[in-house]
Design a protein around this ligand. Structure first.
Ligand SMILES: [Zn+2]
Length: 422
């Protein structure tokens, strides 16, 4: 589709919506839109009213997720979702989540007003409860939307009120019993695709001076939260080196070797982060003049590629065994936890990348280190994509800042890509 033939998204409306959200959900320090709470509900009402005023159809599902839909030429094609969440962390920023919903509204209201009809139905989906600070469970809203929320999640109390998710849903007029039965307005096979515009939550785009990125995948992880290196305590002056089983030296060797392997894999083109977030001796036993007999460490490894995670897991275990042998120490890696990575859809990634190229907007491709609802849709078999917008000062804090000119570039790429779907 020629960019000139496409109606300009309503950026004036977008700016007004950002302002209204900021005014009404400001908590004196930052922005608070609690999941199934007052701020989130205000945001949902605002988006629904804006959609209705523009002549778009609005529907809410059993879990309270909102769909604002523009009908396409062929309703048999399935719905394409422009989605994001409207809740925030306590004292967070105005753009995390809301930017993706407002992007969709800016596009669909302009298309409706100018009579632009897409090939198939396009809906803005405003998702509930993405931030797991309120209900300590990931992706409540998007899982409920797909009928995939496990029953136990409905009994989880909200961190601040102590009332359960089911109670909060009922209070707002939604239907937790239907959520419990796994009912969904749309099953994955009724969805053509999913795209989420979101602020980048790391420093990459700001650092490289690029306004936007197309996301290749959402990183999954494996973690050994409670690993231990066990050596032997001994006198610092009395035990010669060849008799030592020094847990600090073994742990340090392990960390530097693992870091070198990360560097090597990165050079080979793997998407990977490796973090030893904690490393400490036992304060009840360690001493200035003592060889350390025990070191606790935690290992957090992330990648958007399942094979890469498998390679690194094997490597961590092999390194632990090798280093244990070298120092006559013992590695106890402990319980393994983690999450599955989600690959973004190749065709959609190519589509939005070409849109950015056609519009001559500077862009890169990158993986997302943070989790997003897009992962739920991708795992359910819906082709999913994400667009990141440059954002200053990080996110999940009141100083989060996104320049509207960057947002506009990203929304143009989004509109261009969705309009081109045949
Ligand atoms: Zn978010």
């Amino acid at each position: 589709m020629a960019a000139s033939a496409l109606p300009e998204p309503d950026f004036k409306l977008a700016a007004q919506l950002f302002d209204m959200l900021a005014q009404k959900t400001h908590d004196t320090v930052g922005i608070t839109r609690a999941s199934y709470g007052e701020g989130e509900q205000f945001a949902h009402d605002l988006i629904a009213q804006t959609g209705r005023a523009a002549g778009l159809a609005t529907t809410t599902d059993a879990g309270g997720n909102l769909y604002v839909t523009l009908k396409g030429h062929d309703q048999e094609k399935g719905i394409f979702l422009i989605a994001s969440h409207l809740d925030s962390v306590p004292q967070g920023g105005n753009f995390d989540g809301a930017a993706g919903v407002i992007a969709g509204i800016a596009i669909l209201t302009a298309w409706k007003r100018t009579g632009f009809v897409p090939a198939g139905d396009v809906a803005v989906l405003a998702i509930r409860a993405e931030e797991s600070t309120w209900f300590p469970y990931s992706y409540v809203g998007s899982k409920a939307a797909l009928g995939l929320l496990p029953k136990f999640a409905l009994e989880i109390p909200r961190a601040d009120t102590g009332r359960t998710l089911a109670q909060h849903m009922t209070e707002l007029g939604f239907d937790p019993a239907a959520v419990r039965r796994g009912e969904a307005l749309f099953r994955p096979n009724q969805l053509r695709g999913y795209v989420e515009l979101h602020i980048e939550q790391g420093p990459v785009l700001t650092g490289r001076d690029i306004p936007l990125a197309l996301v290749t995948g959402i990183r999954g992880s494996f973690r050994y939260r409670n690993a231990r290196v066990l050596g032997e305590y001994g006198h610092s002056g009395a035990v010669p080196r060849e008799y030592r089983h020094d847990a600090v030296v073994a742990a340090a060797d392990f960390v530097t070797r693992l870091n070198s392997e990360w560097e090597r894999l990165e050079h080979e083109g793997h998407d990977l982060t490796v973090t030893i977030g904690k490393l400490f001796t036992d304060p009840t036993q360690h001493a200035f003049s003592k060889i350390a007999g025990e070191v606790s460490i935690c290992i957090d490894v992330r990648s958007h590629s399942k094979p890469t995670l498998a390679v690194v897991k094997t490597l961590v275990n092999a390194l632990a065994a090798e280093i244990a042998k070298k120092y006559g120490a013992k590695f106890e890696l402990g319980p393994l936890t983690g999450s599955e990575p989600a690959e973004m859809d190749r065709d959609l990634l190519d589509r939005f990348t070409s849109s950015a190229a056609n519009l001559k907007i500077p862009h890169i491709q990158m993986a997302s280190g943070a989790g997003h609802d897009a992962a739920v849709y991708a795992s359910a078999g819906v082709p999913a994509a994400m667009i990141f917008v440059r954002n200053q000062n990080g996110s999940h804090n009141p100083d989060e800042a996104m320049r509207l000119e960057d947002f506009e570039l990203a929304v143009r790429v989004l509109a261009h890509g969705v309009a081109g779907l045949s």
